[in-house]
Design a protein around this ligand. Structure first.
Ligand code: HEM
Length: 396
C-alpha cells in the first residue's frame, strides 16, 4: 500500500495496514513515487518520541509536509511556525499564545454558541441538509473570520484556496504541488492586504494584537504575518469541519450513542475526544532527522524523512483497550489527534468548543439523523476533508 498516495485515504483510513505495520514493522521504510521515500512511524510511543525531540526530528530542515517542497517554497514555508524549531519557534508561539489570551477566547465562546444555534436552526425544519457544507463547514469559517477580522463574505473564496492546498483532484503529483503553491501565493497576498490595513488602522482584535506585539526586541515581519494568516486559515477550517462530519457519520451508525447524547448532553465533550481518537482529521505530519537515530529497532539516517501517522497511533492496542471500538464513555486518554510536544495544536481549545456547541444544538434540535448518501471525502494524504454529508432527520 502506498501511504503517500492521496487515493489510499479516499474511502476511509487504511486501519488494516496500520495494524499490520504496528505489529510487524512499526518504523517501516516506505517508497514514494516521484519522491525519495520516508519512514512511517505507526506506534503511539514512537510518534511521541519523534514529536518531543525537535532537535533530532526537525520541522525546519525539510518542512512539515510529506512531499519535499522546491527550495524557494520551503523558504516561504519557514516563515510560519509550523515549519520552525525551537528557539525561534518558541518566540513565535509565545506571541501567538499572547494574542489567543483567555479574554479573547471567552468572548469568542459566546459568539460560537450563538452561531451554532443559528446554523442548526436554519436547517432544522428543512428535514434534510448537506451537513458538511451547511453546518460543519460554516462554523470554523465563521470563527476564523472573527478572529482574523476577515469579512465573512470572503470565506468561500478563501476556503476554495484551502481546498487546493490541502487536498487535490489533480492526480499528477508535480502538477498538484504547483497548484497548491499557486493557491498559497494567493492566500498570502490576501493576508498581505489584511496586514497592511490592520497596521494602518489597528483595532481591538487578534490581528492588531499580533502585529503590535514585540518578541525578542522585534515585531512580526510581513512574511511571518502572511504565513501565520495562511496557517490559521488552513489549520482551522478543514480540520474542524472534518471532526464534525466524521464524528456525526459515526453517530449515524450508532443510534444508541446519539440518544445517549440527547439524554446526557454533558457527555458531548467526552464523545468529541473519542471522535478525535477514532477518526482524527489529520493523517500525518513530517519531520527530518538531523542526525542518525535508532527508533523501533531501525536506524534512521541523517536527512531521512520521518512521518508520524496519527490515525495509527490513536488505535495503538498498547495504549487503548479494544481500540477499534467507538465508545463515547471511554475515559479521554492520550490520543494524538492534535499532535504532541512543541507544535501541539494552538487551536485545540477552539476546535473542541466549536464541536461541542454544534453537536449540542444538533442533538437537542433533531432526532436520529440518517445519511442519504455516503460521506464524500477530499482526496488528500494529509488532512481528511469532508466535502459532503447529505443527511435527513425530523425535528426533535
Ligand atoms: C479538529 C481540529 C484540529 C485538528 C485535528 C488539528 C491538528 C493539529 C495538529 C496534529 C498539529 C501539529 C502539527 C505538527 O506537529 O507539526 C496542529 C498544529 C497547529 N494547529 Fe491545529 N488542528 C485543529 C484545529 C485547529 C484550529 C481551529 C486552529 C486555529 C484556529 C489550529 C491552528 C494550529 C496551528 C497554528 C498549529 C501550529 C502550531 C505550532 O507549529 O506550534 N488548529 N494542529
Amino acid at each position: 500500500m502506498d501511504l503517500s498516495d492521496p487515493d489510499t485515504y479516499i474511502h476511509g483510513l487504511p486501519h488494516h495496514e496500520f495494524r499490520r505495520l504496528r505489529a510487524e514493522d512499526p518504523v517501516s521504510w516506505q517508497s514514494e513515487p516521484g519522491g525519495r521515500g520516508f519512514w512511517a512511524i505507526t506506534r503511539h510511543a514512537d510518534v511521541m518520541t519523534v514529536l518531543r525531540d525537535p532537535r533530532r526530528y526537525s520541522s525546519w530542515r525539510g518542512g512539515a509536509l510529506l512531499a519535499d517542497p522546491p527550495a524557494e517554497f520551503l523558504e516561504k514555508l519557514r516563515e510560519g511556525m509550523l515549519n520552525r524549531d525551537p528557539p525561534d519557534h518558541t518566540m513565535l508561539r509565545r506571541l501567538v499564545n499572547k494574542a489567543f489570551n483567555p479574554r479573547r477566547v471567552a468572548e469568542l465562546e459566546v459568539r460560537v454558541a450563538r452561531r451554532a444555534a443559528e446554523l442548526v436552526t436554519a436547517v432544522r425544519d428543512r428535514g434534510a441538509c448537506d451537513f458538511a457544507v451547511d453546518v460543519a463547514g460554516e462554523m470554523p469559517l465563521f470563527v476564523i473570520c472573527e478572529i482574523l477580522g476577515v469579512p465573512l463574505e470572503d470565506r468561500a473564496r478563501l476556503f476554495a484556496l484551502t481546498e487546493r492546498m490541502l487536498g487535490t483532484n489533480v492526480t499528477d503529483r508535480a502538477a498538484s504541488l504547483r497548484d497548491g503553491m499557486a493557491a498559497a501565493d494567493e492566500m498570502r497576498t490576501y493576508g498581505a492586504h489584511l496586514g497592511a490595513h490592520k497596521r494602518a488602522h489597528p483595532a481591538d482584535d487578534l490581528v492588531s494584537d499580533l502585529l503590535a506585539a514585540e518578541f525578542d526586541g522585534r515585531r512580526l515581519t510581513d512574511g511571518e504575518f502572511q504565513a501565520f494568516f495562511m496557517l490559521l486559515f488552513n489549520a482551522g477550517s478543514d480540520t474542524t469541519r472534518s471532526l464534525l462530519c466524521f464524528g456525526l457519520d459515526l453517530l449515524i451508525d450508532r443510534p444508541d450513542a446519539y440518544r445517549r447524547l440527547q439524554a446526557e448532553p454533558s457527555l458531548i465533550p467526552n464523545a468529541v475526544e473519542e471522535m478525535l481518537r477514532f477518526d482524527p482529521p489529520v493523517i500525518q505530519f513530517r519531520r527530518t532527522a538531523t542526525e542518525a537515530a535508532e527508533l523501533g529497532g531501525r536506524t534512521i539516517a541523517e536527512g531521512d524523512k520521518v512521518v508520524v501517522f496519527f490515525p495509527s497511533a490513536n488505535r495503538d492496542e498498547q495504549v487503548f483497550a479494544d481500540p477499534d471500538r467507538f465508545d463515547i464513555d471511554r475515559p479521554p486518554g492520550d490520543h494524538l489527534a492534535f499532535g504532541y510536544g512543541t507544535h501541539y495544536c494552538v487551536g485545540a481549545p477552539l476546535a473542541r468548543m466549536e464541536a461541542k456547541y454544534v453537536l449540542r444544538e444538533l442533538v437537542s434540535s433533531v432526532g436520529q439523523v440518517e445519511r442519504t448518501s455516503a460521506l464524500v471525502a477530499s482526496r488528500s494524504n494529509f488532512i481528511r476533508g469532508a466535502r459532503h454529508l447529505q443527511i435527513r432527520y425530523r425535528r426533535a
